[in-house]
Write a protein of this length. Structure first.
Length: 326
């Protein structure tokens, strides 16, 4: 089979689309999926540069965290799927290949109204967003949410999920154009940070701040995140594009009784991922079936043009998800 392959860590010139060995034989509870499309994530860019290695058991040379395809073979004890089922899901690596072996608990069936390209743009973004803002931060209808990098894949997913539950959403982006497009998804307050400052605008547009912050940016926004959170607010740390270290005002956190949580899907155990997938299947997939939620596929590249896909994602021009087609 063919796969995206990192021949050595570094720039996009080190990416190839080459022949590799077929996946290992199936074990009980696993299925073999013919991958039709795979989402591209910033984790893949970091893995290409040697900065984000996958967990043990996954090749550092074959990236990919999400996919959509159809089941070719089922192993023993598989209960919920059969050959021919259209499925999408997440795993810790190696999804950017023509075939993948995966635990059935990390899969769910693709709604009939989504094609493979659209489906591949969904799992990592929507599972991450749903798990962060609802499962962990316990965001409730009538509360408020601030999303940084709201035009990103996870940002757009969180925006749609929050609006589906009647949440007021503030969003930041470096470009007014992306924020304008986010208004089509229901964004209530659009903020382009001025000289990196967004807190004043959030506080001016709210009574006393927001209940939850979903931070996909990192260190540069940490102090202001604490400032805009309400008493008993919750800060969800998901991304580190601006760095991983910042000064922390413990006094403000204590006075407001804040909860600060870091989260990542990739490094979790299969059991933990399965719980997140189960919640996604129960609470999110039906909203795609009814059209309440939309897949955020921005641009599609043939898998053999993966270098261009990486360059596009690194340019920060994307709005939503970049997808590789196999």
């Amino acid at each position: 089979m063919k796969a995206v392959y990192i021949k050595e860590f570094g720039g996009v010139e080190n990416l190839e689309f080459r022949e590799i060995d077929d996946p290992a034989a199936l074990r009980d509870g696993e299925v073999l999926v013919r991958v039709r499309a795979a989402g591209l994530n910033r984790a893949d860019l970091l893995q290409r540069r040697g900065l984000y290695p996958p967990p043990a058991g996954y090749s550092p040379n074959i990236p990919g965290l999400e996919f959509a395809g159809e089941i070719e073979t089922v192993g023993g004890s598989v209960e919920n799927f059969k050959t021919g089922d259209r499925v999408f899901g997440i795993t810790a690596g190696e999804t950017q290949a023509e075939k993948i072996v995966i635990d059935e608990r990390l899969l769910t069936k693709i709604p009939d109204n989504l094609n493979f390209i659209e489906a591949a743009a969904v799992p990592e973004a929507f599972i991450t967003a749903h798990d962060a803002i609802f499962t962990q931060a316990e965001l409730k209808s009538g509360e408020s949410l601030l999303i940084h990098a709201v035009g990103s894949g996870v940002g757009l997913a969180a925006l749609q999920l929050a609006k589906a539950r009647g949440v007021k959403v503030f969003g930041t982006s470096r470009t007014a154009e992306k924020l304008q497009r986010c208004k089509e998804f229901g964004l209530d307050h659009a903020i382009v940070p001025k000289d990196g400052n967004f807190a004043d605008a959030v506080l001016a547009s709210s009574n006393d701040g927001v209940d939850v912050v979903l931070d996909l940016v990192g260190a540069a926004y940490f102090d202001q995140n604490v400032r805009v959170l309400k008493t008993r607010g919750r800060l969800m740390l998901v991304g580190l594009t601006s760095g991983a270290k910042a000064e922390f005002d413990f006094g403000a956190a204590l006075r407001k009784r804040l909860k600060i949580t870091g989260t990542v899907l990739r490094g979790r155990s299969t059991e933990e991922k399965a719980e997140a997938v189960a919640s996604f299947t129960k609470e999110v997939v039906p909203l795609f079936e009814t059209g309440v939620l939309k897949a955020n596929a921005d641009k599609v590249f043939p898998a053999n043009n993966v270098r261009a896909a990486h360059a596009y994602l690194e340019s920060n021009e994307s709005f939503g998800k970049v997808v590789l087609e196999f």
